[in-house]
Design a protein around this ligand. Structure first.
Ligand code: TPP
Length: 200
């Protein structure tokens, strides 16, 4: 488990999203943030009704995931969010800490850019903003950078098996999302709500 951004292996969002989803056995909820985060979630397993896709607004994956986690304390919940999007909604980290949401894990895909709007640099690239350090300073003790794929797997296992809240930071490469989610928010809302009615 790594505290600094030094020497982090640059990983691939699509591959790691697949690894996450493939390891879920108990109807865990996964909330994908706008753009690449939910496109690669769709690509990982679009048949999964416990996935929810945030199609419009940056920064809402973690707040939505927090709401699901608070409403369903027996279900493990993951939020997948880009660094630019999380930086737009930083207050959610303090709220997650203050609420002590123990069944929630936020995974941050840090490519250092706002990729789908043209690749402009985020503060993670342009001014050294360290999102994991911000999470810790917000009161989330279980916040760490994944140094490589093996550490990522270990951190996901920790999020599945121990009380959080957890934040996992991942430095990723510049590969855009491999597919695009259907633009059908009403269908997603309804199938997700039905899936959440089944016990975890
Ligand atoms: C509140 C809000 N502001 C701006 C946008 C336009 N927008 C959509 S995606 C995006 C960049 C997202 O960057 P990041 O979360 O880092 O993900 P990446 O595209 O790098 O995977 C922007 C600026 C938006 N959808 N919502």
């Amino acid at each position: 488990m790594t505290d600094t951004t030094d020497n982090l292996h640059v990983m691939n969002r699509a591959a790691l999203t697949k690894r996450l989803v493939a390891g879920l056995k108990n109807r865990e909820a996964v909330i994908g943030g706008i753009g690449n985060s939910n496109w690669d979630l769709w690509g990982a397993d679009k048949s999964r009704a416990e996935n929810f896709y945030m199609l419009g607004s940056m920064g809402l994956a973690a707040p939505i995931a927090m709401g699901v986690a608070l409403a369903q304390p027996r279900r493990r919940v993951f939020a997948l969010e880009g660094d630019g999007s999380l930086l737009m909604q930083l207050g959610c980290l303090s709220t997650i800490a203050a609420q002590g949401v123990r069944n929630l894990c936020v995974i941050v895909w840090d490519n250092g850019i706002y990729q789908i709007t043209g690749g402009q640099g985020t503060p993670a690239r342009t001014s050294g903003t360290d999102i994991v350090a911000i999470a810790r300073a917000s009161g989330i003790a279980s916040a760490a950078w994944a140094a490589d794929e093996a550490e990522y797997d270990a951190l996901v296992a920790k999020a599945l098996g121990t009380d959080g809240p957890h934040v996992i930071g991942v430095k990723i490469d510049g590969e855009p999302g491999r597919t695009q989610t259907d633009r059908d928010p009403i269908r997603f809302r309804e199938s997700f709500m039905r899936a959440m009615a089944a016990p975890a």
